[in-house]
Every structure is written in structure tokens, then in C-alpha cells.
Design a protein around this ligand. Structure first.
Ligand code: AMP
Length: 249
């Protein structure tokens, strides 16, 4: 069974994001970029399935600029077998990514796609769902447990009331939630080995997909700065402030 894992290059989660002065977007110059954390969890899950003998091959795929090759090498160092970059300098919105991934999935014929539940830069939480719809596949989003049983995949999801377990017939799409697993660190020997693993580069333009953006960014703005707090002298002052100054926003 082949598993395809779409991964996105995003601003590292430790970076304090700054909005460009013209409000056209987020400053990316000189900023540390990394694999989207939920995609790291997706890669880990796919690699574990291969290590358990359930999957035979894990293919990482990313859509974006040439520098995304670094992100793919990261997935290879974690244990993915090979990687595909769908290269373009164009702005990619979730529908465009889903269409590009559909073209790759039609070529690769995986039995399962494991996406991250959302990209931490745009927080869209759309790509996996759109890809499943385009493929006509069943989908299980926000997976916290994945069990393969013959031709079906049983997925546990955290929902408001507790846990929900659903069964999908493969081929199927799963999106990874935070508690699915704890991704491994890539060891130095595996980082070295990853440099030799196959990484294919496809031009997005060759896939015959319309990637025109459907949404227009109007403005990006930083959240309003918070006012500093004050120290109260005693409980009586605190109660007084809560009664007379605290407001429900
Ligand atoms: P989003 O819908 O943007 O929140 O992204 C959800 C998931 O779709 C991510 O966690 C990735 O697995 C996948 N994805 C989004 N953008 C890309 C991209 N440019 N290349 C590959 N996979 C992507």
C-alpha cells in the first residue's frame, strides 16, 4: 500500500510573525521556514505504518517554490521513501493545491493520502477536504488514531462529546490532528541518507491544472497591542474593580 503525504513549507512555529508594512501579507524575508507541524505528524504516521509492514511506500509531496525541496528532505530524513515537488512561484490557495495534489494522486495511485489537518500559516483547514471531494474518496478529518484493517481504515476523531470512530473503505483520505502521534526527530545519519533519496521536480504548469487564486487578500493587520496590566493592593480593590471596571467584551 502506497501512502501519499502532502506537506507544506510554512513559517516556523517559533517565529513571531510580522505583517509587511504595506499590509499585503506576512514578512517572509530572512524568516525561518519549516515543515508544517501537522504534516510532520502525517509523515510520522505514514512511516510508522510502513515500519509495521502495513504500508510499502511513503511518498511526500509539496507544492510551491523551489525552496520547498528542503522541507521535502526533512520528510525524507524522517523516513519517507521518495519525494515530489510540484514547483511553481505562483500564489497557491487551498483549491489550487488540492487540484495539483489530485493530479499527482492520479499519477501515483496511492491507497491513502494523509494530510495535516491545517497549515499553521493560513489556518485554512480546506485542502484535505477538497482533495477528497475531487478524488471522490471518503475522508476522515482530525484523526487521533489510525488503524488499517484489510481494505478499510478505522479512524478515531476527537469531537466535542468525546471520541468518534469511523471506518472508511480505501482509497481514503485522512487528516492528522495533534494527538495522532509524537513525530520523531530526524537523526544526523538519516539526514545524510535523505540527501540521496529520490526527489522528483514537476512543473505545476505541466499538470494542466487551473491554479488561479479564487480569493483576493484585502489587508493583513497585526492584532491590537494589549494594554499592560495593573497590580491591585488587596482583595477588596480587586472585587471593586471587577464590579465597576471589568466589562464583558
Ligand atoms: P490548509 O488547507 O492550507 O490548512 O492545509 C491543510 C493540509 O493540506 C496541510 O497540512 C498539508 O498536508 C496540505 N497542504 C496545504 N498546502 C500544501 C502545499 N502547498 N503543498 C503540499 N501540501 C499542502
Amino acid at each position: 500500500m502506497k501512502i501519499l503525504v502532502p506537506i507544506k513549507r510554512v513559517v516556523d512555529y517559533n517565529v513571531k510573525v510580522r505583517v509587511k508594512s504595506d499590509q499585503s501579507g506576512v514578512e517572509l524575508a530572512g524568516v525561518k521556514m519549516s515543515i508544517n507541524p501537522f504534516d510532520e505528524i502525517a509523515v510520522e504516521e505514514a512511516v510508522r505504518l510502513r515500519e509495521a509492514g502495513t504500508a510499502t511506500e511513503v511518498v511526500a509531496v509539496s507544492c510551491g517554490i523551489s525552496a520547498s525541496q528542503e522541507t521535502l528532505r526533512n520528510a525524507l530524513a524522517m523516513g519517507a521513501d521518495r519525494a515530489i515537488l510540484v514547483e511553481t512561484d505562483a500564489e497557491l490557495q487551498p483549491l489550487a493545491v488540492a487540484k495539483l495534489l489530485q493530479a499527482v494522486a492520479e499519477r501515483e495511485q496511492p491507497q491513502m493520502v494523509i494530510c495535516g489537518k491545517q497549515a499553521i500559516d493560513d489556518d485554512a483547514n480546506q485542502t484535505g477536504q477538497m482533495l477528497a471531494a475531487l478524488m471522490g474518496w471518503p475522508q476522515a478529518t482530525f484523526a487521533s488514531k489510525v488503524v488499517i484493517d484489510g481494505a478499510v481504515v478505522r479512524v478515531t476523531r476527537e469531537i466535542d462529546g468525546g471520541l468518534e470512530t469511523i471506518e472508511l473503505k480505501m482509497p481514503a483520505l485522512v487528516t492528522a490532528d495533534l494527538r495522532l502521534n509524537e513525530p520523531r526527530y530526524a537523526t544526523l545519519p538519516n539526514i545524510m541518507k535523505a540527501k540521496k533519496k529520490p526527489l522528483e521536480v514537476l512543473a505545476a504548469a505541466e499538470l494542466g491544472v487551473d491554479i488561479t487564486p479564487r480569493l483576493r487578500h484585502v489587508r493583513h493587520a497585526e492584532p491590537a497591542a494589549r494594554k499592560g496590566g495593573v497590580k491591585v493592593a488587596d482583595v477588596a480593590e480587586l472585587v471593586n474593580k471587577l464590579r465597576n471596571e471589568a466589562k464583558v467584551i
